[in-house]
Design a protein around this ligand. Structure first.
Ligand code: NAD
Length: 246
């Protein structure tokens, strides 16, 4: 049974981009498995609405992941409320589709700021809170970080780079008992995909499992990596993509 194998009752989890989509699913799943959950996103009212629907101990905070000072404030609020953070899910992300020849510097920098710099700042912010007890950092990359696709240059570059940052951090933090892994979702049914993909078109049509995934199917992997069941797993990519990249 998942609730015996994956037991998060002694853990506090911190999730970014939790106001909707996969982040909201991660927060709900981690709470269902017993974790206290800090839900963060750009809009505090939006993330509080998700937190209010969770049956468990939660804290809702605004956090722009690209801001070092915002990370310090949100981690401070988490520490004041729960005394510890054991799990960080760097889930916040943006997708701006522009081909190389049309990609603006502004959109390139914005993508890297959220998808890459935001996750790195999060890892830096959480380490002091994990030093004593160890912990698990889960960086949400993408199958776009395993390949490339026309129009997805900035996004793909940010997710490839996040995989590199994950491996480097895993090497540095492993001796402290802090594990760092990536989850690479394929097409998941959130605001980030098109109606064509949602209907089973494009890359999804050729997958071994020819449908988009659900946020809860990714959350199951996040919950495993958050738990002590994954205590020997670090520096890896865990792909949840219906076989798209196989
Ligand atoms: P989504 O657009 O529904 O959610 C993204 C969330 O990130 C939103 O709540 C948004 O407000 C938040 N966010 C954006 N910028 C932020 C910032 N600066 N600070 C804090 N929060 C910010 O999309 P989703 O599918 O739930 O995306 C979750 C993660 O999964 C992202 O990292 C995305 O790149 C990744 N991903 C998505 C898919 C997919 O098919 N949906 C596939 C692979 C990877």
């Amino acid at each position: 049974m998942a609730d015996q194998f994956i037991d998060l009752r002694d853990k506090t989890a911190f999730v970014t981009g939790a106001a909707q989509g996969q982040g909201a699913a991660h927060a709900r799943t981690l709470a269902d498995l017993g974790a206290r959950v800090v839900l963060t996103d750009l809009s505090e009212p939006a993330v509080r609405a998700v937190a209010d629907g969770i049956d468990g101990e939660t804290l809702a905070c605004s956090l722009d992941v690209g801001s070092t000072s915002a990370w310090a404030e949100a981690m401070g609020r988490a520490a004041d409320r729960f005394g510890q953070v054991d799990v960080l899910v760097n889930n916040a992300g943006i997708l701006i589709k522009e081909p190389l020849t049309e990609l603006t510097e502004e959109n390139l920098v914005a993508t890297l700021r959220v998808n890459l710099v935001g996750a790195i700042l999060g890892m830096q912010a959480v380490v002091p809170l994990m030093r004593e007890r160890g912990g698990s950092i889960i960086n949400i990359a993408s199958t776009a970080g395993l390949g490339g696709y026309p129009g997805g240059l900035a996004y793909s570059a940010s997710k490839w780079a996040l995989r590199g940052a994950t491996r480097s951090a895993a090497g540095e933090l492993g001796p402290l008992g802090i594990r760092v892994n990536c989850v690479c979702p394929g097409a998941i049914d959130t605001a980030m995909i098109t109606d064509e993909t949602r209907a089973g078109g494009g890359a999804v049509a050729g997958q071994p499992i020819p449908r988009v995934g659900t946020p809860s199917e990714v959350a199951a992997m996040v919950a495993f990596l958050a738990s002590d069941a994954a205590r020997y797993c670090t520096g890896q990519d865990f792909v949840v993509d219906g076989g798209q990249s196989s």
